[in-house]
Design a protein around this ligand. Sequence first.
Ligand code: NAD
Length: 248
Amino acid sequence: MRLSNKVAIITGGTRGIGYAIAEAFLREGAAVVITGSRQETAERAAQQLRDAMPEARVSGIWPDLGSLASVREAFQSVVETYGRIDILVNNAGVSEATAFENYTEEIFDRVMDINVKGIFTASKAATEYMIPQGSGVILNTSSMVSFGGAGAGIAYPTSKYAVNGFTVTLARELGPKGIRVNAVAPGITETDMIRALPKELMEPKIGRIPLRRFGQPEEIANAFVFLASDEGSYITGEVLRVDGLSSN
Ligand code: NAD
């Protein structure tokens, strides 16, 4: 029970890596609030977790991550219910593999709005509680593309390099206030985001990964548990690769 009595918010917790983080945090004794883009998906995922773990303290919220006012209002409701916010996981993200010639301003803005502005709004709203508490942990989901770029889809790797910059900078700024900020950079992980890509594109990548397989969401979630818990108490500003040594 490495997270007992902790209250955690996980953005994009309705499926994939975020859902696996929610399961792992609940198993470690945290109360968990997952955010989704819609009420229906957020509430359904929370119910699914309660069905699997009847003791679990878990609920859903659905703020617009691109709007600080909306996130503030939702996080205020979390504090009214659970009393505090100890851990924020900025995991919501979208990927868009369009070639540069066809990349539009709208796609660029959409990816940056969720992947970058979303971590600003959520971190801003959460630290309004963490700073007065004198403690807190912020964890961001980066990606292996934040080290080597990608073959297409310009905004996605751009956004993940920004996540790393945000992580290190906020760690420096908030360390003196008792708040640790870290990121996890997954390699290719078997979620809907990856299943949506053509098989012919994905299968050849396996041979280039030294561990010869894609990651599972649970394996990424383990790194989040470690960094969220007191086992990571002297780690801040780190971007931890969990990628089988990656393929790019
Ligand atoms: P996924 O598509 O299965 O899940 C994405 C989550 O983000 C969902 O819960 C979704 O509801 C949420 N989300 C998307 N748009 C949103 C919005 N506008 N508002 C609120 N929530 C929104 O993807 P995943 O693979 O689980 O990805 C989770 C994170 O992991 C992302 O940040 C992604 O960039 C990162 N990542 C994934 C992989 C991979 O191979 N799957 C690799 C590296 C990094």
